[in-house]
Each structure stands twice: as C-alpha cells, then as structure tokens.
Design a protein around this ligand. Structure first.
Ligand SMILES: C[S@@+](CC[C@H](N)C(=O)[O-])C[C@H]1O[C@@H](n2cnc3c(N)ncnc32)[C@H](O)[C@@H]1O
Length: 235
C-alpha cells in the first residue's frame, strides 16, 4: 500500500465506500421485500406456488398495500387493470374477507390465459375473473390514448376498489391516464384507487392530471420499491 500514490489511495477509499453503501442499499431493499412477502404469506392461505413477483409483476410491498386496503375496507367490487400475481393476492384476500369479486382486465391474450390458468390452480374462480380487453383508441379531452376496450368493462355494479397496473408504460406516454376519466362515473361513494409504479415520471404526471381534473380525490404517495399512489374521495 505504501507504494500507491495518495491520489490513487483516496480514489480506492472512495470507491470502496461507494460499494459498501450500494451493498447496504441492496440489502435493505431486499430485506423490505422479504418482510413484505413474509407478511403476505402469513396472512393469506396460499395453496399453490405464486408466480414470481417484482419486475413486470407487483413487488411484495405493493401486495401488502393491496391486502391492507382490502382487509380494512372489505370491498365488494374490485376492478384491476393488468392481471398477474396481484390478481391472485386480491382474490385470496377477498376469500379471507368472505365476500367480493375481482375482475381483472388485460390487453394481452397470452397473459390473460396465464392469469386464468393461475386462478384455476389456486382454486380462486369464485373470487376472480380475467377479461381480455384489447387496447382500442380512445379520444379524451387531454388527447388520444390506446386503452382497454371499454365495451368489455362491466359497468353494472359500482366499483369499490380500482387497482391500476396497466397498460404498460412502453405503449405510449402517460399510458394509464384514461383510467380515471373513463371509470370514475362507475365509482361507488367510497372508492379507493391504488396505482403501482408511481415513482415513474409518467405516473407522477398522471396523478397531477387526475388531481387537477378530479378535485374530489386526494392522492397519497407511498414510498415503495416502485412507488405507489392511493387516491381517496375527500368530498
Ligand atoms: C405491469 S403488468 C401487470 C402485472 C400484474 N399486475 C402482476 O402483479 O403480475 C402490465 C401488463 O403487462 C403484460 N405483462 C405481464 N408480464 C409481462 C412480461 N413479462 N413481459 C411483457 N408484458 C408483460 C400483461 O399484459 C399485463 O397486464
């Protein structure tokens, strides 16, 4: 070490401090997700292995938010945009509560089939259904979007909980924006909206647009692996 010039020693010290900080950050984040996953598996009576979480799917911390909301509010009608492991967690939770049903809309036939198969494997058909709703062009005041075909969406029963995890952000700018303009008239008096991926710039813009257009809702940002937002009616 004596032969190493001081400026290189300082650089090495700085780099090793940065590596240690990055390792601690990864460890902390993994611990948070493990803690959340443990909570989920200790509360829900899971009968078959769950599909992988994180990545395209929700992370365990978002699952905890979903389960907490359902246990607290005991919704009857849950609508989800973007099916997957989240659909199973919601259905297990409704089973636990003893009532309610989730209808999850998915634009992609392949992921619809996968989610339906998972619902069967977990024996959750009484509580969950996946509907294929291909994206179709919709013209709104704020512009044009490709969004789930609204003709496929059941509007007969007022919606207690709306979970937004689609359409994918890659499809267009502010991809999830149409959810509120198109569905808010079907909300019950006490609807909660939960959106995943709220730390992304597009989702931040979407929440700003919604809260301006729908002042009857307040939004709360939740620090989570991918960020989450909860909207509740305040008047
Ligand atoms: C963010 S994902 C929804 C994830 C879901 N809520 C879950 O927890 O598993 C949004 C949409 O992306 C599609 N999707 C899911 N997994 C994918 C993958 N691995 N690659 C590409 N698209 C995917 C599906 O059509 C899904 O509805």
């Amino acid at each position: 070490m004596e032969d190493i010039p001081d400026n290189i020693k300082a650089l090495l010290a700085q780099q090793s401090a940065e590596i240690l900080a990055a390792q601690k950050d990864i460890g902390d984040k993994l611990y948070q997700q493990l803690e959340a996953l443990t909570s989920l598996t200790s509360i829900l009576p899971i009968r078959y292995p769950l599909p992988p979480m994180r990545g395209w799917a929700i992370s365990p911390d978002f699952g905890v938010l979903l389960v907490s909301e359902i246990l607290n509010k005991k919704p009857y009608v849950v609508v989800e945009l973007g099916s997957g492991v989240s659909t199973l967690l919601i259905a297990y939770c409704l089973e636990l509560v003893g009532h309610g049903r989730i209808v999850s809309y998915d634009h992609d036939a392949k992921y619809c089939a996968q989610s339906r198969e998972n619902i069967k494997r977990h024996n959750l058909e009484r509580f969950a259904e996946v509907v294929h709703a291909p994206l179709t062009s919709v013209q709104l005041e704020q512009g044009q979007w490709d969004w789930y075909d609204t003709a496929k969406i059941n509007k007969d029963e007022p919606l207690d909980l709306l979970v937004i995890d689609g359409p994918p952000g890659q499809i267009q700018t502010n991809s999830r924006y149409p959810a509120l303009p198109l569905l808010h008239t079907h909300f019950s008096g006490n609807t909660t909206v939960l959106m995943d991926d709220a730390a992304r710039p597009d989702e931040k813009t979407i929440v700003d647009m919604w809260t301006q257009e729908f002042p009857e809702f307040t939004s709360e940002f939740i620090t989570a692996e991918k960020g989450a937002v909860i909207l509740r009616r305040c008047r």
